[in-house]
Design a protein around this ligand. Structure first.
Ligand code: ADP
Length: 627
């Protein structure tokens, strides 16, 4: 507060402030004056003091220095001899702060000190006063300015308590500006309650009665309007707070989603600096957030040209979608990722890019591995095909060789047979018994050799695919029944029992008649060959809807289990030494199976060494009339 500008201009001419007269009665007077302007206060307090001095009442002023000077000058201006009043101790002035300090203990006015100090002041003034002492005090206002409202109220109580034992009229003044907040309402009321008289600030204090009533009505209306406004604002504030909380909650949720998203996400500002990065991306790259925030995004990219291209395109407003890139992790390893990114702008201004990073390293690895596997598989296949081609070529060459050789051997062999026969007939002279015996052996050897060569020739033909099949419906019994005649000599020679169980004459198979006969003969010949004297050979057929099985069973030497599949390979014999004594080159079964397969059939075998073997030819059954 300052004395500058204090004047008398606001005091209406001829008007005496109510406080100035309020102290006349016997009743305790403790008035409070609210004010806005120091100039107004100067007049009010000045009149209060002047009225007292005019009655030769002692006046005590406890105020700031500026106010003390302002009041004194006011008194001078209004004809009071201030110096004389001071001399006669009718006007006594004290500094408000100093006086306050003299009885404050721990930020609160101490009652006994107050009574002693202020009581003494009043008693002393009472000695010079004609009648009641007037006091003006600003100490409460100072406490209020110090924001020590409790101490201010306590001091008001102490003044009231002092009034019970001391006779004085007290005027307090508060700057109204100190109660400008709605929250000050209770304290303001408490201040008023401590006073016997409350005088409003200047505009009401100075107004005429009618104007004042009007002002009060206007004030009441304004107070009501303000209260309503406050209520509305409180409601609005609550709403706003709820909205803000909701927005904050959603923001937290979004932040949480982004932070914990499975996909890597980061923000980069217009300068390419990383401003935010989520957990997934940190985990992917092996960094902590503080190690990446503030760094340039290009530091993470293994390929400078890629990130330069990304930034340039984003800068042009382009959105990136699943763009391949390679990121370098903290440990130096490389991750393959797909980047999707676009720029977030606010009011047209580049805020940051939001970049989504999907790790495709495992996929990349798997695809590289797959490529590698495919390449090796391709190479292996090519190698196998080449090997097969070479093997087939070799096989064909072998078969061709066998075919040519067999053919070439057959001609001279046939000639040998023919000449032996001529000699035996005695066309070129008589033949002795000895010679006949030799010629017979020669012819047997020639036939044996021719048989072997024929087999080789057969095999070579089958193997080179030079066999033509004439598949027809062949009545099975027609083939099986007479076949025994062809092996009868051998059966007899070894004393073997032969049993053919017969086959329904109506049953036909899809086969080439000659090839079928050749296979059955072959199986029977083997059975005879590998069955010792006294054994038995059976020929049976078994029917099903789709197929016919022809079984050739013997009680011969059998075949070891581990040789069962090999015997169908060309030139394979279980015991070459043993079979040498029984003819054959190991081609019969190979030829037979090829022929069976050539007719969409097959041959299989079951056998037990020393117990016998059972060879089964499977052929497709010819469709029966009416089925
Ligand atoms: P080959 O009879 O001319 O030796 P095969 O191809 O007809 O040639 O037979 C191959 C081998 O299978 C024979 O050498 C023999 O060891 C075995 N084998 C074939 N049939 C029988 C059978 N019924 N009993 C025992 N062994 C057999």
């Amino acid at each position: 507060m300052t004395a500058v500008g204090l004047g008398h201009s606001q005091q209406p001419r001829g008007h005496v402030h109510p406080v100035a007269d309020a102290v006349g009665g016997a009743k305790h007077c403790h008035a409070v004056q609210f004010y806005h302007d120091d100039a107004f206060l100067r007049g009010v307090v000045g009149d209060f003091l002047r009225a007292g001095l005019a009655e030769e009442q002692a006046v005590i002023v406890i105020a700031t220095e500026a106010h003390r000077e302002a009041f004194a000058s006011y008194l001078e201006e209004h004809g009071v001899d201030v110096a004389a009043a001071r001399r006669s101790k009718l006007l006594v002035e004290f500094d408000a702060r100093e006086t306050l300090t003299s009885f404050m203990v721990d930020s609160s006015p101490d009652e006994s000190r107050f009574r002693r100090i202020i009581g003494t002041l009043i008693n002393r003034a009472r000695g010079t006063s004609r009648g009641r002492v007037r006091a003006y005090g600003e100490m409460v206002d100072l406490l209020w300015a110090d924001r020590n409202a409790a101490a201010a109220l306590r001091l008001e109580e102490l003044w009231n308590a002092l009034a019970t034992s001391h006779d004085f009229a007290l005027l307090c003044a508060y700057a109204l500006g100190r109660f400008s907040e709605a929250s000050h309402a209770d304290a303001f009321r408490a201040v008023c309650d401590q006073h016997t008289q409350v005088i409003p600030a200047e505009q009401y204090a100075l107004a005429s009665e009618e104007t004042r009533l009007l002002e009060i009505s206007l004030l009441q209306q304004r107070a009501l309007a303000l209260e309503t406004e406050i209520e509305r604002r409180v409601a609005l504030e609550a709403q706003l707070l709820a909205s803000v909380n909701e927005v904050r909650r959603r923001e937290e949720e979004l932040q949480d989603i982004l932070t914990n998203a499975a996909e890597g996400i980061h923000f980069v500002n217009a300068d390419g600096i990383i401003t935010w990065i989520n957990r997934a991306e940190l985990d992917l790259l092996g960094y902590r957030a503080e190690e990446l925030l503030g760094r340039h995004i290009s530091e993470l990219h293994a390929d400078r040209h890629t990130i330069d291209d990304f930034l340039a395109r984003l800068g042009r407003g382009e959105a990136l979608r699943d763009q391949p890139a390679r990121l370098r992790c903290k440990d130096g390893s490389i991750r393959h990722v797909l980047v999707s990114s676009s720029v977030h702008r606010r009011d047209g201004e580049f805020v940051h890019t939001r970049c989504f990073t999907r790790d495709i390293t495992p996929l990349q690895r798997a695809s590289a591995e797959r490529e590698h596997l495919l390449a090796s598989e391709r190479a292996a296949r090519e190698e196998a095909e080449e090997a097969k081609r070479i093997a087939e070529q070799a096989n064909r060459a072998k078969s061709d060789f066998l075919a040519v050789m067999s053919h070439e051997l057959r001609t001279p062999l046939n000639a040998i047979g023919g000449y032996a026969e001529l000699m035996e007939l005695g066309i070129h002279g008589a033949v002795t018994d000895g010679q006949r015996e030799l010629l017979d052996r020669m012819q047997r050897s020639q036939r044996h050799l021719l048989g072997l060569i024929n087999q080789v020739l057969n095999y070579a033909r089958v193997d080179t695919g030079n066999v033509r099949y004439e598949i027809t419906d062949v009545p099975l019994d027609e083939i099986l029944r007479p076949v025994d005649a062809l092996v009868l000599p051998q059966l007899r020679a070894k004393g073997l029992r032969y049993v053919y169980s017969g086959c329904d004459a109506a049953v036909s198979v899809r086969a080439d008649r000659d090839k079928l006969q050749q296979i059955v003969l072959n199986l029977l010949a083997n059975a005879v060959k590998f069955t010792d004297r006294g054994g038995e050979i059976r020929l049976e057929c078994e029917l099903s809807d789709e197929t016919v099985l022809v079984h050739v069973t013997d009680t011969g030497i059998g075949i070891p289990r581990d040789k069962l599949s090999a015997i169908f390979d060309p030139f394979v014999q279980v015991d070459p030494n043993y079979t040498r004594t029984r003819d054959g080159v190991g081609l019969g079964l190979a030829i037979s199976r090829d022929l069976a397969r050539g007719m969409d059939g097959d041959i299989s075998v079951e056998s037990n060494p020393c117990q016998g073997s059972k060879f089964t030819l499977t052929l497709a059954r010819a469709s029966r009339p009416g089925i």
